[in-house]
Ligand binder design. Sequence first.
Ligand code: NAD
Length: 263
Amino acid sequence: MPYTPAPPPLELGGLAAVVTGGASGIGLATALLLARRGARVAVLDLDPDALPAADRDTLIALRCDVTDDASVRAAVAEAVNRLGALDILVNNAGIGAQGTVADNDDAEWQRVLDVNVLGMVRTARAALPHLRASRHAAVVNTCSVAATAGLPQRVLYSASKGAVLSLTLAMAADHIREGIRVNCVNPGTADTPWIDRLLSSADDPAAERTALHARQPTGRLVSAEEVAAAIVYLASPAAASVTGTALAVDGGMQGLRLRPEAG
Ligand code: NAD
Protein backbone atom coordinates (compact mmCIF):
# COMPACT_ATOMS: atom_id res chain seq x y z
CA MET A 1 0.00 0.00 0.00
CA PRO A 2 1.47 3.42 -0.90
CA TYR A 3 1.71 5.83 2.01
CA THR A 4 -0.97 8.50 1.48
CA PRO A 5 -1.24 10.80 4.50
CA ALA A 6 -4.50 12.71 4.95
CA PRO A 7 -4.18 16.33 3.78
CA PRO A 8 -3.66 18.76 6.67
CA PRO A 9 -6.72 20.80 7.68
CA LEU A 10 -6.91 24.16 5.91
CA GLU A 11 -5.17 26.82 7.98
CA LEU A 12 -8.16 29.20 7.96
CA GLY A 13 -10.92 26.61 7.84
CA GLY A 14 -13.99 27.78 9.76
CA LEU A 15 -12.93 31.44 9.84
CA ALA A 16 -14.75 34.36 8.21
CA ALA A 17 -12.99 37.39 6.73
CA VAL A 18 -13.86 40.82 5.36
CA VAL A 19 -11.45 42.62 3.00
CA THR A 20 -12.04 46.28 2.13
CA GLY A 21 -10.92 47.39 -1.31
CA GLY A 22 -11.06 43.70 -2.15
CA ALA A 23 -12.21 43.98 -5.76
CA SER A 24 -8.76 44.95 -7.10
CA GLY A 25 -5.02 44.68 -6.61
CA ILE A 26 -3.66 43.76 -3.17
CA GLY A 27 -7.17 43.40 -1.68
CA LEU A 28 -8.30 40.97 -4.38
CA ALA A 29 -5.11 38.88 -4.10
CA THR A 30 -5.62 38.78 -0.32
CA ALA A 31 -9.29 37.81 -0.53
CA LEU A 32 -8.49 34.97 -2.96
CA LEU A 33 -5.62 33.65 -0.80
CA LEU A 34 -7.78 33.79 2.36
CA ALA A 35 -10.41 31.77 0.50
CA ARG A 36 -7.84 29.30 -0.80
CA ARG A 37 -6.68 28.71 2.79
CA GLY A 38 -10.24 27.85 3.80
CA ALA A 39 -11.81 31.13 4.98
CA ARG A 40 -15.23 32.37 3.94
CA VAL A 41 -14.58 35.85 2.49
CA ALA A 42 -16.57 39.00 1.72
CA VAL A 43 -15.02 41.91 -0.16
CA LEU A 44 -16.33 45.40 0.57
CA ASP A 45 -15.57 47.80 -2.26
CA LEU A 46 -16.71 51.08 -3.77
CA ASP A 47 -16.82 49.20 -7.06
CA PRO A 48 -17.79 45.56 -6.34
CA ASP A 49 -18.60 45.06 -10.04
CA ALA A 50 -14.85 45.26 -10.72
CA LEU A 51 -14.49 41.83 -9.11
CA PRO A 52 -13.52 39.45 -11.94
CA ALA A 53 -16.43 37.21 -12.99
CA ALA A 54 -14.28 34.13 -12.33
CA ASP A 55 -14.06 35.01 -8.61
CA ARG A 56 -17.76 35.65 -7.96
CA ASP A 57 -18.39 32.07 -6.84
CA THR A 58 -15.49 32.24 -4.38
CA LEU A 59 -16.00 35.69 -2.85
CA ILE A 60 -19.07 37.62 -1.68
CA ALA A 61 -18.88 41.14 -3.14
CA LEU A 62 -20.67 43.99 -1.34
CA ARG A 63 -20.82 47.65 -2.26
CA CYS A 64 -19.34 49.86 0.47
CA ASP A 65 -17.90 53.35 0.64
CA VAL A 66 -15.49 53.51 3.58
CA THR A 67 -15.99 57.29 3.78
CA ASP A 68 -19.67 56.79 4.69
CA ASP A 69 -20.31 55.41 8.19
CA ALA A 70 -23.84 54.20 7.36
CA SER A 71 -22.57 52.39 4.27
CA VAL A 72 -19.79 50.71 6.30
CA ARG A 73 -22.17 49.61 9.07
CA ALA A 74 -24.68 48.22 6.57
CA ALA A 75 -22.00 46.37 4.57
CA VAL A 76 -20.32 44.87 7.66
CA ALA A 77 -23.74 43.77 8.99
CA GLU A 78 -24.60 42.19 5.63
CA ALA A 79 -21.19 40.47 5.45
CA VAL A 80 -21.60 39.01 8.96
CA ASN A 81 -25.12 37.93 8.07
CA ARG A 82 -23.89 36.09 4.98
CA LEU A 83 -20.67 34.72 6.51
CA GLY A 84 -22.18 33.81 9.88
CA ALA A 85 -19.35 35.47 11.86
CA LEU A 86 -16.37 37.79 11.50
CA ASP A 87 -12.88 36.72 12.60
CA ILE A 88 -10.53 38.58 10.24
CA LEU A 89 -10.74 42.19 9.09
CA VAL A 90 -8.35 43.35 6.38
CA ASN A 91 -8.44 47.14 6.16
CA ASN A 92 -7.02 47.64 2.70
CA ALA A 93 -9.08 50.25 0.80
CA GLY A 94 -6.91 53.26 0.03
CA ILE A 95 -6.25 55.98 -2.51
CA GLY A 96 -3.11 57.84 -3.58
CA ALA A 97 -2.08 61.47 -3.67
CA GLN A 98 0.86 63.24 -5.22
CA GLY A 99 2.69 66.49 -4.63
CA THR A 100 4.53 68.46 -1.98
CA VAL A 101 2.90 70.14 1.01
CA ALA A 102 2.30 73.17 -1.24
CA ASP A 103 0.32 71.27 -3.84
CA ASN A 104 -2.87 69.95 -2.21
CA ASP A 105 -5.65 72.09 -0.75
CA ASP A 106 -7.56 71.34 2.47
CA ALA A 107 -10.33 69.53 0.61
CA GLU A 108 -7.85 67.08 -0.95
CA TRP A 109 -6.18 66.47 2.43
CA GLN A 110 -9.56 65.76 3.95
CA ARG A 111 -10.60 63.49 1.05
CA VAL A 112 -7.48 61.30 1.25
CA LEU A 113 -7.37 61.12 5.06
CA ASP A 114 -11.09 60.30 5.03
CA VAL A 115 -10.50 57.20 2.87
CA ASN A 116 -7.08 56.06 4.09
CA VAL A 117 -7.39 56.72 7.84
CA LEU A 118 -11.01 57.26 8.84
CA GLY A 119 -12.05 54.48 6.45
CA MET A 120 -10.12 52.02 8.63
CA VAL A 121 -11.58 53.56 11.80
CA ARG A 122 -15.14 53.11 10.50
CA THR A 123 -14.70 49.48 9.47
CA ALA A 124 -12.89 48.61 12.71
CA ARG A 125 -15.65 50.27 14.75
CA ALA A 126 -18.34 48.31 12.91
CA ALA A 127 -16.37 45.05 13.11
CA LEU A 128 -15.30 45.20 16.78
CA PRO A 129 -18.41 43.65 18.37
CA HIS A 130 -18.07 40.67 16.00
CA LEU A 131 -14.31 40.37 16.46
CA ARG A 132 -14.81 40.30 20.25
CA ALA A 133 -17.04 37.25 19.75
CA SER A 134 -14.35 35.41 17.76
CA ARG A 135 -11.92 32.93 19.28
CA HIS A 136 -9.39 33.96 16.66
CA ALA A 137 -9.69 37.67 15.91
CA ALA A 138 -7.20 39.54 13.75
CA VAL A 139 -7.09 42.91 12.04
CA VAL A 140 -4.51 43.60 9.33
CA ASN A 141 -4.16 47.12 7.94
CA THR A 142 -2.51 47.86 4.60
CA CYS A 143 0.02 50.54 5.42
CA SER A 144 3.02 51.45 3.20
CA VAL A 145 6.77 52.01 3.09
CA ALA A 146 5.64 55.65 2.78
CA ALA A 147 4.91 55.52 6.54
CA THR A 148 8.54 54.82 7.41
CA ALA A 149 10.65 56.36 4.59
CA GLY A 150 10.56 59.90 3.25
CA LEU A 151 9.44 59.65 -0.38
CA PRO A 152 9.39 62.72 -2.65
CA GLN A 153 6.05 64.13 -3.86
CA ARG A 154 4.00 61.95 -1.50
CA VAL A 155 3.47 64.14 1.58
CA LEU A 156 -0.29 63.68 1.91
CA TYR A 157 -0.24 59.96 1.13
CA SER A 158 2.71 59.46 3.52
CA ALA A 159 0.96 61.35 6.32
CA SER A 160 -2.10 59.14 5.85
CA LYS A 161 -0.01 55.96 6.06
CA GLY A 162 1.96 57.30 9.05
CA ALA A 163 -1.42 57.63 10.75
CA VAL A 164 -2.26 54.04 9.77
CA LEU A 165 0.97 52.81 11.40
CA SER A 166 0.18 54.63 14.66
CA LEU A 167 -3.45 53.52 14.52
CA THR A 168 -2.25 49.92 14.19
CA LEU A 169 -0.02 50.13 17.28
CA ALA A 170 -2.62 51.89 19.43
CA MET A 171 -5.38 49.48 18.39
CA ALA A 172 -3.10 46.52 19.14
CA ALA A 173 -2.64 47.86 22.68
CA ASP A 174 -6.33 48.59 23.21
CA HIS A 175 -7.62 45.23 22.07
CA ILE A 176 -4.98 42.68 23.05
CA ARG A 177 -6.84 41.77 26.24
CA GLU A 178 -9.98 41.16 24.18
CA GLY A 179 -8.06 38.59 22.16
CA ILE A 180 -7.89 40.77 19.04
CA ARG A 181 -4.51 41.08 17.31
CA VAL A 182 -3.77 44.12 15.13
CA ASN A 183 -0.87 44.34 12.67
CA CYS A 184 -0.05 46.06 9.40
CA VAL A 185 1.91 45.35 6.24
CA ASN A 186 4.15 47.95 4.62
CA PRO A 187 4.37 47.21 0.90
CA GLY A 188 6.90 48.85 -1.38
CA THR A 189 5.67 49.77 -4.84
CA ALA A 190 3.34 46.93 -5.79
CA ASP A 191 2.33 45.98 -9.31
CA THR A 192 -1.45 46.63 -9.17
CA PRO A 193 -3.99 48.57 -11.27
CA TRP A 194 -3.14 51.54 -9.02
CA ILE A 195 0.41 51.67 -10.43
CA ASP A 196 -0.92 51.22 -13.98
CA ARG A 197 -3.04 54.36 -13.42
CA LEU A 198 -0.06 56.22 -11.96
CA LEU A 199 2.14 55.29 -14.92
CA SER A 200 -0.48 56.17 -17.52
CA SER A 201 -0.59 59.73 -16.11
CA ALA A 202 3.22 60.11 -16.23
CA ASP A 203 4.93 62.15 -18.99
CA ASP A 204 7.11 59.15 -19.85
CA PRO A 205 5.43 55.98 -18.49
CA ALA A 206 8.29 53.67 -19.55
CA ALA A 207 10.91 55.84 -17.82
CA GLU A 208 8.70 56.13 -14.72
CA ARG A 209 8.28 52.33 -14.56
CA THR A 210 12.06 51.87 -14.88
CA ALA A 211 12.60 54.39 -12.03
CA LEU A 212 10.06 52.61 -9.79
CA HIS A 213 11.73 49.25 -10.43
CA ALA A 214 15.18 50.75 -9.73
CA ARG A 215 13.99 52.18 -6.38
CA GLN A 216 13.46 48.60 -5.11
CA PRO A 217 16.72 46.94 -4.02
CA THR A 218 15.40 43.74 -5.62
CA GLY A 219 15.19 45.64 -8.94
CA ARG A 220 11.51 44.82 -9.46
CA LEU A 221 8.11 45.79 -8.12
CA VAL A 222 6.46 43.79 -5.35
CA SER A 223 3.59 41.58 -6.55
CA ALA A 224 0.09 41.79 -5.09
CA GLU A 225 0.36 38.08 -4.23
CA GLU A 226 3.52 38.69 -2.18
CA VAL A 227 1.72 41.34 -0.10
CA ALA A 228 -1.31 39.04 0.22
CA ALA A 229 0.90 36.24 1.60
CA ALA A 230 2.12 38.56 4.37
CA ILE A 231 -1.40 39.75 5.19
CA VAL A 232 -2.69 36.17 5.34
CA TYR A 233 0.20 35.15 7.62
CA LEU A 234 -0.59 38.03 10.03
CA ALA A 235 -4.29 37.11 9.93
CA SER A 236 -3.71 33.42 10.54
CA PRO A 237 -3.49 31.38 13.77
CA ALA A 238 0.21 30.84 12.91
CA ALA A 239 0.73 34.47 13.98
CA ALA A 240 -1.10 34.08 17.31
CA SER A 241 1.79 35.75 19.19
CA VAL A 242 2.26 38.55 16.65
CA THR A 243 0.55 41.86 17.39
CA GLY A 244 1.49 45.53 17.05
CA THR A 245 3.94 44.89 14.22
CA ALA A 246 4.54 46.36 10.78
CA LEU A 247 5.75 43.73 8.30
CA ALA A 248 7.68 45.26 5.40
CA VAL A 249 7.05 43.61 2.02
CA ASP A 250 9.10 46.09 0.07
CA GLY A 251 11.96 44.32 -1.70
CA GLY A 252 14.34 45.74 0.91
CA MET A 253 13.37 49.36 0.25
CA GLN A 254 13.10 50.34 3.92
CA GLY A 255 15.85 48.33 5.53
CA LEU A 256 18.73 48.10 3.06
CA ARG A 257 21.43 50.60 2.12
CA LEU A 258 23.18 49.26 -0.98
CA ARG A 259 26.28 50.60 -2.66
CA PRO A 260 25.82 51.44 -6.35
CA GLU A 261 26.44 48.47 -8.65
CA ALA A 262 30.00 48.39 -9.99
CA GLY A 263 30.48 49.00 -13.66
P1 NAD B 1 -6.18 49.35 -6.25
O1 NAD B 1 -6.53 50.70 -6.75
O2 NAD B 1 -5.85 48.25 -7.22
O3 NAD B 1 -7.31 48.81 -5.26
C1 NAD B 1 -7.89 49.65 -4.30
C2 NAD B 1 -9.34 49.23 -4.10
O4 NAD B 1 -9.90 50.08 -3.09
C3 NAD B 1 -10.20 49.40 -5.36
O5 NAD B 1 -10.94 48.22 -5.62
C4 NAD B 1 -11.11 50.57 -5.02
O6 NAD B 1 -12.41 50.48 -5.63
C5 NAD B 1 -11.21 50.44 -3.49
N1 NAD B 1 -11.60 51.71 -2.87
C6 NAD B 1 -11.10 52.94 -3.10
N2 NAD B 1 -11.79 53.86 -2.39
C7 NAD B 1 -12.72 53.19 -1.68
C8 NAD B 1 -13.74 53.58 -0.77
N3 NAD B 1 -13.95 54.88 -0.47
N4 NAD B 1 -14.52 52.63 -0.20
C9 NAD B 1 -14.34 51.32 -0.53
N5 NAD B 1 -13.41 50.88 -1.39
C10 NAD B 1 -12.61 51.82 -1.97
O7 NAD B 1 -4.93 49.62 -5.28
P2 NAD B 1 -3.85 48.66 -4.55
O8 NAD B 1 -2.54 49.02 -5.13
O9 NAD B 1 -4.30 47.26 -4.51
O10 NAD B 1 -3.88 49.32 -3.08
C11 NAD B 1 -4.48 48.69 -1.97
C12 NAD B 1 -3.86 49.25 -0.70
O11 NAD B 1 -2.46 49.04 -0.75
C13 NAD B 1 -4.07 50.75 -0.48
O12 NAD B 1 -4.34 50.99 0.89
C14 NAD B 1 -2.71 51.33 -0.83
O13 NAD B 1 -2.46 52.54 -0.13
C15 NAD B 1 -1.80 50.23 -0.39
N6 NAD B 1 -0.48 50.24 -1.00
C16 NAD B 1 -0.35 50.13 -2.36
C17 NAD B 1 0.92 50.15 -2.90
C18 NAD B 1 1.15 50.03 -4.38
O14 NAD B 1 2.26 50.33 -4.83
N7 NAD B 1 0.17 49.56 -5.16
C19 NAD B 1 2.06 50.30 -2.08
C20 NAD B 1 1.87 50.41 -0.70
C21 NAD B 1 0.60 50.38 -0.18
